[in-house]
Design a protein around this ligand. Structure first.
Ligand code: ADP
Length: 182
């Protein structure tokens, strides 16, 4: 049984085995929670990300960061782990959420982020994992849909993770997750 906890605040302040990052395919950092994790975690995380990225088999030429083709990247819905640097965690698990689309249902990809992150957590032996609300920032996923997918996926996941903490940055997001848990 996995316990689900809700926390309102900054995920970079959490003390857990693994902190999940809502990364982008480039793994080279970005804004939002990604920027906050790299800022507080220090350069060791980016160094690990660069190494990981170099070892990825996928060439995602259609993905662009700042207008330039990024070449290799982590596909949407997948997850990889790095050091957590100076954060109070052992690992950061980077996952790439889908950009919300009004015309295409991408909920399977968002569910995959949670499932794959928990699979990576199991591989690492992580027992406590903190998640942000993946895809609900720059990637524009509606909070209600994102919360339902997050909670359903974690509730039905087969994992050895004992505690999942959803860390919501603001009060409205917290309320949406709280309603979903009830
Ligand atoms: P995405 O590109 O997946 O949408 P964002 O980082 O833009 O990722 O936003 C994802 C969610 O994380 C948003 O709900 C945003 O408010 C929240 N967020 C931003 N910074 C933090 C933080 N330091 N801790 C927890 N959540 C955060």
């Amino acid at each position: 049984m996995t316990t689900i906890e809700l926390v309102r605040g900054d995920i970079t302040r959490e003390s857990v085995d693994a902190i999940v990052n809502a990364a982008n395919s480039s793994l080279l950092g970005g804004g939002g929670v990604d920027g906050a994790i790299h800022r507080r975690g220090g350069p060791a995380i980016l160094e690990d990300c660069r190494k990981l990225r170099a070892s990825l088999p996928q060439a995602l030429n259609s993905v662009r960061a700042g207008g330039t083709p990024i070449g290799k990247g982590l596909p949407t819905g997948q997850a990889v782990a790095t050091t957590a640097g100076d954060l109070d965690a052992r690992w950061v698990i980077h996952t790439v959420g889908p950009v919300f689309s009004a015309t295409e249902d991408r909920s399977d990809l968002l569910a995959s982020c949670y499932r794959e992150s928990l699979r990576v957590a199991d591989e690492l032996g992580a027992r406590t994992v903190a998640f942000p609300a993946i895809s609900t920032g720059v990637y524009r996923y509606p909070m209600e849909d994102a919360a339902r997918i997050a909670v359903d996926t974690v509730r039905t996941a087969r994992t050895d993770v004992e505690e999942v903490r959803f860390v919501l940055f603001d009060a409205p997001a917290y309320e949406v997750f709280a309603a979903q848990l009830r």
